[in-house]
Design a protein around this ligand. Sequence first.
Ligand SMILES: C[S@@+](CC[C@H](N)C(=O)[O-])C[C@H]1O[C@@H](n2cnc3c(N)ncnc32)[C@H](O)[C@@H]1O
Length: 377
Amino acid sequence: MEYVVILGRQPEFGLAELESVVGAKAIAPFGNQAALLRKSLDLNHLGGAQKLGRILYRGPAHDLNEAPLNLNELPLREGKTNFGLSYYGVRATTKFVTAAGLTLKKRLRERGSLRLVTPQEGTTLSAAQVKFNGLIGKGFELLIVVADQEMVITITTQVQDIDSYAARDYQRPARSAKVGMLPPKLAQLMVNTTSAGLIYDPFCGTGVVLQEALLLGREASGSDLNPEMVEASRENLEWLSKQISLPKLAASTAELADAREVRLPPGPVGIVSEGYLGPNLSRKPTKPEVAELQQELLELYSASLRSWREQLPKGAEVTITIPAWQTQDGIIPLGLLDRLSDLGYTLKSFAHTDTRNLIYRRPGQAVGRQLLIMRTH
Ligand SMILES: C[S@@+](CC[C@H](N)C(=O)[O-])C[C@H]1O[C@@H](n2cnc3c(N)ncnc32)[C@H](O)[C@@H]1O
């Protein structure tokens, strides 16, 4: 294993994505928030990864300044070199990171002059700090991950391009708070759990899945029950075509259709979709409120999945998110899992992730999204 990847806020999602893209054997989880990788990967193509580092040392856990590290491998340049440290998997303070950085600076004094960049909070530098201070290319960041008694010390080779994700989210002309906004990162991750050349989204809303599928080099089309949403998707695709030249974009369309009756395109198609989450909730729902929503939405999803299954061949890939409600008493899932087999679907199983329990949520949010990564059987 030569690289380490730092996974996103919900690491189990990033692991499922990585396993889908490179296969189970090319990765090994390392601690709670990282994975070891055989080969380098392009983070621009992964929604669930934050940072990538090339391993300089892997072995028993040491204090950074006592680890057998070849300091000549650290790239210093003429004049001043900015550098920083990020620690993952340790219980420590910013002060601890600063002290380790200052010791390293002293040890490197003979090789040149350095400026230490310290974390704004906690033990890790943000992607924005790494970028702003030129820590890739002009300077360096050491990314240190500790898992049990083992550690890796790596030099960061790439961080997530947060500006690009923000632009793909906030600069799109047609946005809608009503349908909820699927973060482009999550849409990208969902597309990555499939390999089909053509992605279809039957609940396309404003078209985030279509956009991310196109950016990953897939063809993409979709439909929605709401004419305003169909128009929004079209407008956003039009905007995308002006930002970037994408050969597959000309063939993509959004049409008006009910997901329970939509005619899927012929040929090998994968479905990737953030399904309808129910009405907007301003507060956590009560148990009886959830029961009512469950009944309505179970019908919608069962009918949709049944209809798609009739049109898809065996082995087709279907990745969707369905609602899971955060109540005072904890999370209540939709309850679709038990019906999947009868509907003709099997959850894909992963070596490194429990796919029965992938719920994407933010604290305080009333509705979370449960990710189902499936195949037809
Ligand atoms: C959570 S939103 C999807 C948002 C989308 N991911 C985006 O990028 O904006 C769910 C969408 O499902 C649509 N919808 C609700 N019921 C539907 C149905 N029966 N068939 C098709 N679309 C439906 C809604 O109009 C809404 O746009």
